[in-house]
Design a protein around this ligand. Structure first.
Ligand SMILES: *[C@@H]1O[C@H](CO)[C@@H](O)[C@H](O)[C@H]1NC(C)=O
Ligand SMILES: *[C@@H]1O[C@H](CO)[C@@H](O)[C@H](O)[C@H]1NC(C)=O
Ligand SMILES: *[C@@H]1O[C@H](CO)[C@@H](O)[C@H](O)[C@H]1NC(C)=O
Ligand SMILES: *[C@@H]1O[C@H](CO)[C@@H](O)[C@H](O)[C@H]1NC(C)=O
Ligand SMILES: *[C@@H]1O[C@H](CO)[C@@H](O)[C@H](O)[C@H]1NC(C)=O
Ligand SMILES: [Fe+2]
Length: 469
């Protein structure tokens, strides 16, 4: 071996050390894996006779009352409820302090699943509501009437503050009830819930016992009868069970939960968009075809250019299966969809992507992995200020328990991860700033375990990373 001069030896050493540091940075300079230690308890479903599942008294009383946005702008609301004894009325009676009582008519449907027959499921859309107004509404006209209320969102505009709650993979365990209670008692008051999929987990019961869809509807009524939950379909909504001759995917979900998909030009209820206050929310389906030429692909291709950031600065995407997930659960299940759509998310500067599926919490840095083209070897996620932050919030508390096994070391793109149940809020202040906070169920209602100030990617695209620079 040829002799090296002192200076070239030093240079070589520096290069070697630098190379080592760089490779460390690439491989394992991860964010924070929380050291929070929780009591490990089994996650069990609340028994059928639990207080939260109580059937409201009275003949043919409406139960499982729930609302969601009913158009693209927030001037309509879909009101849904179930009656058991007979179909009863489809009428919703509604009024505000400034308007007299009005009526809206809807439709009733039923379905069968194996040996289960549903109650009478009513869906009525109320239209032409005034923005930012409290409405009272009554269902069950003619038999047992029940009254609820909701507040319509402010008119769509760039500086309209609005607070979204985030819940995923809720189920109906004692932990699910804690998550919902923490959401309700969070002083950061959520005005609408962005629900990232996996609702009742009825499909984990023998023959997908659809009674557990009914109990879930009664359990969640205390929130969703008063504020809209924006629905995303998860794998537990598929209910595909050829062994009992149930081969039509999403049958219970589509009968029970309606969404305003036609208003955004979608041809199926699994992908659609809404505007609400200063946010444009795109809901995607991990369990519908998303490859090139498919209906979902064509819809999204036309949808993204329609987003007018001067009108709705905040571009939020919901899906069930996460693209970036460093837990050893559902690992890389979102990868095929990421390959299809991630270049669009970077191009159109999506602010944040919320997903569920993994029963834990994780927040990423702004990263993308769009350079790879099979042959160039550029296959590691890199920091990218045009890319969204990816948040996994599948920690609602369902009976399947927590995902605790993480890939090691924590990848560089993962900013924070923790296996605890909880919920989050996304609190839009104006066109440039939004405060995001994640709450674990073991803490007091006001405690934020992980938080971040989001800087809008269109109006304020400066680095909002929480890691040391
Ligand atoms: C449906 O079938 C299961 C078992 O085959 C049985 O336990 C259950 O009681 C049945 N339910 C109804 C509503 O008939
Ligand atoms: C669910 O939570 C509510 C509100 O905290 C409480 O009143 C109720 O007793 C809880 N039910 C169960 C079964 O844990
Ligand atoms: C985008 O929204 C702004 C604010 O509402 C409006 O002035 C502008 O005309 C819109 N642009 C397009 C292309 O529709
Ligand atoms: C965690 O997951 C990895 C990869 O699937 C597996 O090899 C390992 O045994 C798991 N660890 C535990 C404690 O379950
Ligand atoms: C937007 O909100 C942030 C956070 O509350 C605040 O610091 C900033 O001044 C606001 N911007 C404007 C233009 O009001
Ligand atoms: Fe899931």
């Amino acid at each position: 071996m040829a002799k090296m001069g002192t200076s070239s030896r030093v240079a070589a050493a520096i290069v070697a050390v630098l190379g080592f540091v760089l490779s460390l940075a690439v491989v394992c300079n991860g964010g924070k894996t929380s050291s929070f230690v929780r009591k490990v308890e089994k996650t069990v479903d609340m028994p059928l006779d639990s207080d939260v599942f109580k059937v409201p008294p009275g003949y043919n009383a409406p139960q499982q009352v729930h609302i969601t946005q009913g158009d693209q702008l927030g001037k309509a609301v879909i009101v849904s409820w179930v009656t058991v004894e007979e179909p009863g009325s489809n009428t919703v009676l509604y009024w505000s302090a400034y308007s007299k009582k009005q009526k809206s008519e809807g439709k009733v449907t039923t379905y069968k699943f194996y040996n289960y027959t549903s109650g009478y499921i009513h869906h009525t859309t109320i239209r032409n509501l005034k923005f930012n107004t409290k409405y009272y509404y009554v269902v069950g006209i003619g038999h047992t009437e029940r009254q609820f209320w909701f507040i319509t969102p402010p008119e769509v505009g760039p500086d309209v503050p609005y607070t979204f709650g985030l819940i995923g993979d809720l189920g109906q365990s004692f932990d699910s009830n804690k998550t919902l209670t923490h959401y309700e008692l969070n002083p950061q008051k959520g005005q609408a819930v962005l629900f990232v999929g996996d609702l009742s987990y009825a499909d984990t019961y023998p023959n997908h016992d659809n009674v557990r869809w009914d109990t879930w509807g009664r359990f969640t009524e205390r929130s969703v009868a008063y504020q809209p939950w924006i629905w995303t379909a998860g794998n537990h909504e598929i209910d595909f069970a050829p062994e009992i001759d149930e081969t039509k995917p999403f049958k219970p979900y589509t009968h029970r939960y309606h969404v305003p998909y036609k208003a955004s030009g979608s041809t199926a209820p699994f992908w659609y968009s809404i505007k609400r206050a200063s946010a444009y929310i795109i809901v995607l389906s991990s369990y519908s075809a998303y490859g090139k030429y498919t209906p979902q692909y064509k819809w999204l291709e036309q949808e993204l250019p329609k987003v007018n950031r001067s009108e709705t600065p905040w571009l939020i995407v919901l899906m069930h299966s996460p693209w970036y997930n460093s837990y050893n659960y559902h690992y890389m299940e979102g990868e095929t969809m990421r390959v299809m759509y991630e270049p669009w998310f970077v191009k159109y500067k999506v602010d944040v992507v919320f997903a569920g599926h993994v029963h834990a919490y994780e927040r990423s840095e702004r990263i993308s992995n769009v350079a790879y083209n099979i042959v160039n070897g550029i296959c590691i996620p890199v920091k990218d200020q045009s890319a969204p932050v990816y948040i996994t919030i599948g920690d609602g508390g369902n009976l399947e328990g927590l995902a605790t096994n993480m890939t090691e070391p924590q990848p560089a793109y993962s900013a924070y991860r923790e296996a605890s149940f909880g919920h989050a809020t996304f609190d839009i202040k104006n066109r440039t700033h939004a405060y995001y906070g994640w709450h674990r169920n073991q803490d007091g209602y006001a405690v934020t375990a992980d938080s971040m100030w989001f800087f809008n990617r269109y109006y304020h695209p400066v680095d909002d990373s929480t890691s040391a620079q």
